[in-house]
Ligand binder design. Structure first.
Ligand SMILES: Cc1ncc(COP(=O)(O)O)c(C=O)c1O
Length: 392
């Protein structure tokens, strides 16, 4: 049997592949520190796990409503009202098998052949293949380090054509940790309106924002954008629940309803027990979460401080999420070569920037203990000074 043309081009997610390679080398007894993880290294809070146990004991183990249990959708509605000052009715909300699933379903339900989707680069690895699978055309919008990897109205305007349908906006961003300010978002709104762009706001890292910054959001600035925007989030990163696979999307009823139809013919409801666990998480005060955020912030400061002392590299200090996107182009423009080299010579696993659409960079995750980060940075610094000595 031949594989379909549609899926033939698909490659496995590179970030998962590198983590797997690092694990394989570790299993062979090699001393590897993986800075490639895309998930918190914290355990899911105990009270959330207990809520899941309770759900199992109660026999909450059957199919649920396809778009998720009403209680959870109501809780998401209250959370969004509280955080973004906007009301979504439960029928404008769908619970999905992770945020990834919400984004996949959204593209499937909104794109026709050759519709263009603007994807600011560096980007999260899954957007381009998801757009292509929905027969859309990913338009990669190259952002620069000097602009803190954020899209400006000028850059946006240059990339809009009469086929443009959707703009992807991620804040804080994976892989750069960049966070849009209210002023920066305000400047984008006239173009979004004029060109009638639909915005996919991927807010999966929204609760991991540092320096006591108030998260800005298009919905908070202009609530009337509700009709041309979808807000995607979930519990994966904010509640250290990546394996539970619970995400959600809030958007116009017709889109959410269609995403529900697609879900009903593909995955059915997200896991019933995980829904109860997520419900507990978002409706209770969970002290571990504040601790997790504080620890990430301290690690971010530690890593940035160490990196700032290394010559010939540069980076934009991340304001959210748990990654630093490091410019290593003065050592090598080939980030795949650089990453393989670091894995072999220094036992360090990074994700090459090329996978995120920008070569000459690596993504360094700080979802690791201080001890590991310290050792990793010692090795990184040493490897750069001994093996790349010629440029010094
Ligand atoms: C920017 C971004 N969006 C969405 C996701 C998917 O999140 P989930 O694990 O909830 O599917 C990720 C996960 O790495 C991500 O980095």
């Amino acid at each position: 049997m031949k594989i379909s043309k549609r899926t033939l081009q698909l490659k496995p997610s590179p970030t998962l592949a590198i983590t797997a390679k690092a694990l394989e080398l570790k299993a062979q007894g090699k001393d590897i520190i993986s800075l490639s993880a895309g998930e918190p290294d914290f355990d899911t809070p105990l009270s959330i796990k207990e809520a899941a146990e309770e759900a199992i004991k109660e026999g909450f183990t059957k199919y649920t409503a396809v778009p998720g249990i009403l209680e959870l959708r109501k809780a998401i509605s209250r959370k969004t009202l509280h955080e973004k000052n906007i009301n979504y009715e439960p029928n404008e909300i769908i619970v999905t098998c992770g945020a990834k699933h919400a984004i996949y379903n959204f593209f499937q339900c909104t794109l026709n052949a050759r519709d263009e989707v603007l994807i600011p680069s560096p980007y999260w690895v899954s957007y381009p293949p998801m757009v292509s699978l929905a027969e859309g055309t990913p338009i990669i919008v190259q952002l620069q380090e000097k602009d803190n990897f954020k899209i400006t109205p000028e850059i946006l305007k240059k990339n809009i054509s009469n086929k443009t349908k959707i703009l992807v906006l991620v804040s804080p961003s994976n892989p750069t940790g960049s966070l849009y300010t209210q002023e920066e978002l305000e400047k984008l709104i006239p173009l979004i309106r004029e060109k009638n762009l639909f915005v996919l706001c991927d807010d999966i890292y929204e609760s991991l924002i540092y320096d006591n910054k108030e998260p800005a959001h298009l919905l908070k600035i202009d609530p009337t954008l509700k009709s041309q925007l979808i807000h995607v989030s979930g519990v994966s990163k904010s509640f250290a629940m990546t394996g539970w696979r619970i995400g959600w999307a809030c958007g116009p009823h017709n889109i959410i309803e269609t995403m529900g139809h697609l879900q009903s013919q593909s995955t059915s409801n997200p896991n019933s027990i995980a829904q109860k666990a997520a419900l507990f998480g978002i409706t209770h005060d969970i002290p571990e979460l504040e601790k997790m955020k504080k620890t990430f912030e301290k690690r971010r400061d530690f890593v940035c401080d160490r990196l700032s002392r290394i010559k010939n590299i540069s980076f934009v200090k991340p304001q959210g999420a748990f990654f630093v996107f490091v410019n290593i182009s003065s050592f090598s423009k080939d980030s795949v070569f650089f990453s393989q080299f670091m894995l072999e010579k220094a036992g360090l696993a990074f994700v090459p920037g090329k996978e995120f659409g920008l070569d000459g960079y690596i993504r360094m995750s700080f979802a690791n203990s201080f001890e590991e980060l310290n050792e990793a940075l010692n090795r990184f610094e040493k490897a750069l000074s001994t093996h790349f000595i010629d440029i010094k």
